[in-house]
Design a protein around this ligand. Structure first.
Ligand SMILES: Cc1cc2nc3c(=O)[nH]c(=O)nc-3n(C[C@H](O)[C@H](O)[C@H](O)COP(=O)(O)OP(=O)(O)OC[C@H]3O[C@@H](n4cnc5c(N)ncnc54)[C@H](O)[C@@H]3O)c2cc1C
Length: 445
C-alpha cells in the first residue's frame, strides 16, 4: 500500500494536486517545496510571505480533515527527517519533524528504547501525528504530543523558536498540538524509556458486559480498548499490560490469519461486498464478529500497539468526558438499530488521562474516545451526522485530524483554553501565513 499522499503533476506546467490517504481531501498548491535544512525552510517561509502566498507543512496526509490542505506553498517533510540525538541520561530522543513514526520506533528499538504509548499505525510523521493529537489508549500514558519534552518551530516572521517547559513556555503549551496554525515544527524531543514488553490479551466480549464493566477494565489495565461490531451485540476487547517478557508473538500462521487475512484481506472483501449489497452487512457482521477468538501474545511496544491498515476508510472520532462515553455509545447503538444504516466497520473505543496541552482533545479532562468509520467510497454523511449529534450532546471534542463539522464557536465552548490558543496565534501569525480554510472554520478568522 502506498502510505504517503500523492502529489501529482497534472501537466508539464500545470499545478500539482495533493491528496490525503483516504482520498477525501484534494488540494492544488501553487508551489511544492522540500527543504533539506531549517535554513532552507526559513527561506521558503520568507519568500512565500513576500509573495503573499500562504504556507502549509504536510506530513503523510493521514488526516481525514483538510488540516494539511493548501492553495499556497506546500512544504513536504521528506528531506527534514531522521534521528538527531539520543540523550540516554535525560531519557529523550530528538528527531527532525518529518521523521516517520515507524522509522523512529525502529531506530529506538535498535537502541533498546521506546516511546511509552502510541496509536494504531506508525505511518505518520512525528509532526503531523502530534499536530492533530494522535493518540492510542492509556490509563496513565497519554497522546504522542504529551510525550514531547521540547520542540523547535519556524514562525511567520522566519524566526526559529526553541520551546520547552523552560523556554517559551506558553508556546510550548500550545505548539505540541498546534494543528499547523502556529508555525512549522522542525524538530521534536520526545521522552523515551528503556524498551519494555507488553502482553496483549484480545478477547471477545458481549456489548452489555463490556459497557457495564468499562470503568473496571480501564482501572485494571494500562491500556484498554474495545471494538463494537454494529448490527451485533459483539465486541472484541484488547488489554495491553507491561510484563517481564520474553517476546512471544503470535505464531506466523495465527498472525497471518488475524492480522492479514481477517483484518485486511477478508475485511477488504467483506467491505466490498457490503458496498455493493448493503443489505448483506448485518448478516456478515454477525458471522465476522463471531469468527474472532481470544489470543494472548507478548512483544515490544510498537509491535503490540500498531498494525498495518490496508483497507481504506474515512473516520470520525470524538473525545468525550470519560463518564459520559458508555451512555453515548449505547445511544449510538440504539440509533444504528433504529435506522436503515448499514455499517461494516467496527466502532473503536479508547481512553486517555487528562493532559495539559492547550487544545489537546484530552486537555484537562479524563477522556474516552469513540471512533466511527466507513469504508472508502461508501456514503458516510448520514452515519457520521447521527453519531456527531450524539457526541456533541455529551460535550465531545472532535479529533483535529478526523472528519467533523464543528466550528470555532462550538469548539470555544468545549475547550476552556480556546481563547489562550487564539491569542497566541494572533501574536505568532497575525497575517495567517499558516492559515487555510480548515483553520478558518475551527479557529475562527
Ligand atoms: C489508517 C489511519 C490510522 C490512524 N490511526 C490513528 C490513531 O490510532 N490515533 C489517532 O489519534 N489518529 C489516528 N489517525 C489519524 C492520524 O494520526 C492524524 O490525522 C495525523 O495527523 C496524521 O499525520 P500525518 O503525518 O499524515 O499528517 P498530515 O495529515 O499530513 O497533517 C496533519 C496536520 O499536521 C500539520 N503538520 C504536519 N507537519 C507539520 C509541521 N512540520 N509543522 C507544523 N504542522 C505540521 C499539517 O499542516 C496538518 O495540519 C489515523 C489515520 C489513518 C489514515
Amino acid at each position: 500500500m502506498a502510505q504517503t499522499p500523492t502529489v501529482r503533476t497534472a501537466g508539464k506546467s500545470g499545478p500539482a494536486e495533493w491528496r490525503n490517504w483516504a482520498g477525501n481531501v484534494r488540494a492544488r498548491p501553487t508551489r511544492v517545496v522540500t527543504p533539506a535544512s531549517v535554513g532552507e525552510l526559513q527561506e521558503a517561509v520568507r519568500r512565500a510571505s513576500e509573495e503573499g502566498l500562504r504556507v502549509k507543512a504536510v506530513g503523510t496526509g493521514h488526516s481525514f480533515t483538510a488540516a494539511a490542505a493548501t492553495d499556497g506553498v506546500l512544504v513536504r517533510p521528506q528531506a527534514l527527517a531522521g534521528i538527531k540525538e539520543v540523550d540516554r541520561a535525560a531519557g529523550t530522543v530528538t528527531v527532525a519533524a518529518g521523521t516517520v513514526l515507524k522509522d523512529l520506533n525502529l531506530a529506538l528499538a535498535a537502541q533498546g528504547l521506546s516511546l511509552t504509548n502510541m496509536g494504531d499505525i506508525m505511518e505518520q510523521t512525528v509532526s503531523g501525528a502530534t499536530s492533530t493529537g494522535t493518540h492510542g489508549t492509556g490509563r496513565e500514558s497519554a497522546s504522542i504530543a504529551a510525550q514531547i519534552r521540547a520542540l523547535e518551530l519556524v514562525t511567520a516572521d522566519g524566526r526559529l523558536l526553541h520551546c520547552s517547559d523552560k523556554e517559551n513556555r506558553e508556546v510550548f503549551a500550545a505548539a505540541r498540538l498546534g494543528i499547523g496554525a502556529l508555525g512549522i515544527v522542525t524538530s521534536l524531543t520526545f521522552a523515551v524509556e528503556p524498551l519494555f514488553f507488553l502482553t496483549a490479551r484480545e478477547e471477545p466480549m458481549g456489548f452489555d458486559r463490556v459497557t457495564a464493566e468499562f470503568d473496571e477494565h480501564v482501572a485494571e489495565n494500562e491500556h484498554f480498548e474495545f471494538y463494537w461490531f454494529p448490527h451485533t451485540g459483539n465486541c472484541n476487547t484488547k488489554r495491553n499490560n507491561r510484563s517481564q517478557g520474553p517476546a512471544a508473538p503470535p505464531g506466523p500462521v495465527s498472525a497471518w490469519i488475524e492480522d492479514e487475512l481477517l483484518s485486511n484481506g477478508v475485511f477488504q472483501a467483506v467491505n466490498s461486498i457490503g458496498r455493493a449489497v448493503p443489505a448483506a452487512i448485518p448478516g456478515i457482521a454477525k458471522v465476522a464478529s463471531r469468527a474472532l477468538s481470544a489470543r494472548t501474545y507478548t512483544d515490544i511496544p510498537y509491535k503490540v500497539f500498531t498494525s498495518p491498515r490496508r483497507v481504506r476508510f474515512v473516520e470520525m472520532e470524538y473525545a468525550l468526558p470519560r463518564e459520559n462515553a458508555m451512555a453515548a455509545l449505547r445511544e449510538l447503538k440504539a440509533t444504528v438499530e433504529r435506522s436503515g444504516l448499514r455499517i461494516s466497520f467496527p466502532v473503536e473505543v479508547r481512553t486517555a488521562p487528562a493532559d495539559d496541552i492547550t487544545l489537546s482533545t484530552a486537555s484537562g479532562r479524563e477522556t474516552a474516545y469513540i471512533a466511527v468509520h466507513m469504508y472508502r467510497g461508501t456514503p458516510y454523511r448520514a452515519y457520521f451526522t447521527a453519531a456527531e449529534r450524539i457526541f456533541t450532546e455529551y460535550g465531545g471534542r472532535p479529533h483535529w485530524g478526523k472528519v467533523h463539522t464543528r466550528d470555532a464557536e462550538y469548539l470555544a465552548g468545549v475547550y476552556p483554553r480556546f481563547g489562550e490558543f487564539a491569542a497566541l496565534r494572533d501574536r505568532l501569525d497575525p497575517d495567517r501565513l499558516f492559515g487555510n480554510d480548515y483553520l478558518r472554520r475551527v479557529l475562527g478568522a
